[in-house]
Design a protein around this ligand. Structure first.
Ligand code: KG4
Length: 355
């Protein structure tokens, strides 16, 4: 859909309001010509006692959070609503009820303000977070083509990025995501949700080579983490039979060995992808990229294989609306707008040529 108001505003600077509500974070951000002006994220503590995200509770919390979060993002950016050129929102993948809140809000905002609506693929947003510019400091975006290891609670993919809106998934998990492996294994050790950051912290105190867990044998560049999860579970069950304090007595080593295995699986396929494509521009995105062991392993491999490694700032690796706004910016430049009849989607592979 083309929008004449969009064309009128193209000579001036482009200001995008981004909305993210795919899982359990309600977020709104303002970007002006790639520069981030604000990025407000409201987490949802309500899920902690359940050991995972409860979809219905997430939708309700988004309903409560969305208006104050958007108001705060606009105020922090120091702009008025009238200055916004377009509103971009996460269309999917994610939890349908959560996505519906952001989608409906964005549609209403677009109608009321008479500005274009832009639908954004959440995964594409994670990749394009690498292009967010801050008001101050260095700006080092990756050069095309590059490979992005996208690792989050719902996805583990290797993406070949040819241009801003031209991406191809060349490898992906056939079952669980890396973040799920962290979270589910953490849960069986009695750690709080989400377990990834806890495993990371405890792993720093343990021996990564103490225990060995099964690694998948999957062809090509695809991943699998469900076997590791099962092998971890059986390993604990067997050892708990012998010693009921096995987990407490070995927690740091268990975390370190688990993390070491996950990183090994992730890096083996990434190295293979770099070798097969001949691409040395390597990036990482998604919540799991906050993992300190993964960052270290990436740096070591970058040195060894002469990669130009780019890791986004921590706040842009987690779910956030700044990445939705920057993707909206690039879609705006190409007049790629959505109509009011657009609907969210829960599951998808990231499509080539910019969904
Ligand atoms: O990208 P993200 O915020 O949300 C999704 O799209 O899923 O990723 C959340 C995931 C969770 O599985 C969480 O445990 C994991 O990222 N995570 C970590 C770390 N920080 C977050 N996993 C390992 N180490 C971390 N430091």
């Amino acid at each position: 859909m083309k929008n004449s108001k969009a064309n009128d505003k193209k000579s001036a600077s482009i200001i995008i309001l981004g909305i993210e509500s795919s899982c359990d974070d309600t977020s709104a951000a303002i970007i002006r010509d790639k520069v981030i002006l604000s990025n407000v994220v409201a987490g949802q503590k309500v899920h902690e006692e359940y050991g995972g995200v409860v979809p219905e509770l997430a939708s309700r919390a988004h309903q409560q959070n969305i208006i104050p979060v958007v108001d705060r993002a606009i105020a922090r950016a120091g702009i008025t609503k009238d200055e916004i050129s377009a509103v971009a929102f996460t269309r999917g993948p994610g939890l349908l009820g959560s996505l519906l809140v952001g989608t409906s809000f964005a549609k209403g905002f677009s109608l009321a303000a008479g500005i274009p609506l832009i639908d954004v693929n959440h995964l594409q947003g994670h990749v394009l977070a690498l292009f967010i510019k801050e008001k101050e400091g260095e700006y080092n975006p990756p050069a095309f083509p590059f490979l992005c290891l996208l690792v989050s609670g719902g996805n583990s993919q290797i993406i070949l990025v040819r241009d801003y809106l031209d991406m191809e998934v060349i490898g992906q998990t056939i079952d669980d995501a890396a973040g799920e492996a962290f979270d589910k294994c953490a849960k069986v050790m009695g750690l709080p949700y989400p377990g990834g950051p806890h495993v990371d912290r405890l792993a720093q105190l343990g021996n990564p080579l103490r225990f060995e867990f099964s690694k998948p044998r999957i062809a090509g560049l695809d991943y699998s983490f469900s076997g590791l999860k099962t092998s971890f579970l059986y390993f604990l069950r067997d050892n708990l039979k012998e010693n009921e304090n096995f987990i407490e007595e070995n927690l740091n080593d268990l975390c370190a060995s688990l993390q070491h295995t996950i990183i090994d699986i992730l890096l083996n396929k990434l190295k293979k992808a770099a070798k097969e494509t001949g691409i040395k521009e390597i990036t990482v995105a998604g919540g799991v990229s906050a993992n300190s062991g993964l960052r270290l392993a990436l740096q070591e491999n970058a040195k060894k294989y002469h990669w130009n490694l780019l890791i986004p700032k921590f706040e842009y690796t987690m779910d956030n609306a700044a990445m939705i706004a920057i993707t909206g910016y690039y879609k705006y430049l190409k007049n790629e707008f959505a109509g009011q009849d657009v609907v969210p989607f829960a599951r998808t592979q990231m499509d080539v040529q910019g969904l």
